[in-house]
Design a protein around this ligand. Structure first.
Ligand code: GLV
Ligand code: MG
Length: 336
């Protein structure tokens, strides 16, 4: 069997040298479509050039009696479409469902040469990834596919979060992790009914003052802990972290806020569930020109990257140099 080093070369993005890193390909928005929906499927060729990743979804949001149609639709679309530089991903059904095995068998056999990444939902531990990894190796060998299909796990159960590090490092096929806030909320028995984003009830209140003035409240981020854990696990294993879905399509402002929090914490992209979210993800997950200009100024001033300099009254040293390299390298990689 091929070893990990045959699959991966170092990635240009990110200053600190990791154990290994997945090759960088832009994936700022993973755009979901239902391949069994004829209207949506017809739009795929025109959508492809607008997004970094197109994902044919077979799991949740596809009704049980339409699973076969969605799978067949994805095969037909993949065979008929030239995706150019856009990646094609799929989200298969969960491994405890009656459809997952047929999803993997059919998709790898029929369109394995076109599939870049298989997203596996409700991953609970390394054993789920090992199962998919072994199956993919067999199916790829049988179909004569020489480019390994990568695996992306959704972090959306409490057990999955508890095992996030072993999941991230479970196979050299691991491409990344996404936060799945809707299923995770249910798994944790959180008292929310939303797909991602904030909640007005999750807040802290300013201490009482002597004047008995109205006390300000500050809404807190329900997802901070999980995103931070996921980002650390991904960074430690050289794979990529993503925020998942934001379900309130009309609330483009809150969507942008959620995406930006994830970007600032280290995520490289998010899911887009509606065309309106494509531009938001593109804007948020591409470093702002002024941040890139600042990063390049610091890099230029820091010479070999060691020591300290003052720029506009701000101290820069080896650590800020590395932060600036992350921003500058990401801009270079996206422009390539
Ligand atoms: C995504 O699959 C989620 O459950 O949020
Ligand atoms: Mg889910």
């Amino acid at each position: 069997m091929r070893s990990a080093k045959d699959f991966f070369r170092p990635l240009a993005v990110g200053a600190p040298a990791p154990v290994r890193e997945v090759p960088f390909r832009p994936s700022r928005m993973i755009h979901f479509f239902d391949p069994g929906n004829e209207k949506m499927a017809a739009k795929v060729p025109s959508l492809a050039p607008q997004v970094d990743v197109l994902l044919g979804n077979l799991e949740d949001a596809v009704q049980a009696d339409r699973k076969e149609a969605a799978r067949a639709g994805l095969v037909a679309i993949a065979k008929a479409t030239d995706f150019g530089g856009t990646q094609l991903w799929t989200r298969v059904n969960s491994l405890d469902s009656p459809w997952a095995l047929d999803d993997l068998l059919t998709l790898v056999t029929e369109i394995g040469d076109k599939l870049d990444v298989i997203m596996v939902p409700k991953v609970e531990g390394a054993e789920d990834i090992h199962y998919v990894d072994r199956l993919l190796a067999q199916l790829e060998a049988k179909a004569g596919i020489t480019r390994p299909i990568l695996v992306h796990a959704i972090l959306e159960t409490a057990t999955g979060v508890a095992n996030v590090e072993e999941i991230a490092g479970a196979s050299p096929r691991m491409q990344g992790l996404s936060l799945g806030p809707a299923d995770l909320a249910a798994s944790r028995r959180m008292k929310t009914t939303r797909v991602g984003g904030g909640h007005p009830g999750y807040l802290v209140r300013q201490d009482p003052t002597a004047e008995d003035a109205p006390r300000a409240t500050y809404q807190q981020d329900l997802w901070h802990y999980t995103i931070a854990r996921m980002v650390d696990a991904c960074a430690a294993h050289g794979i990529l972290p993503y925020y998942g879905p934001f379900g309130d399509i009309k609330d483009v402002v809150a969507c942008e806020d959620q995406f930006r929090n994830a970007f600032l914490l280290g995520c490289v992209g998010a899911w887009s569930l509606h065309p309106v979210q494509i531009a938001i993800a593109k804007r948020v997950f591409s470093p702002a020109p002024e941040d890139v200009a600042w990063a390049r100024r610091v890099i230029a001033a820091m010479g070999d990257g060691t020591g300290a300099v003052m720029i506009d009254g701000k101290m820069q040293d080896d650590a800020t140099y590395k932060q600036c390299q992350v921003v500058s390298d990401l801009a270079d990689a996206l422009a390539a």
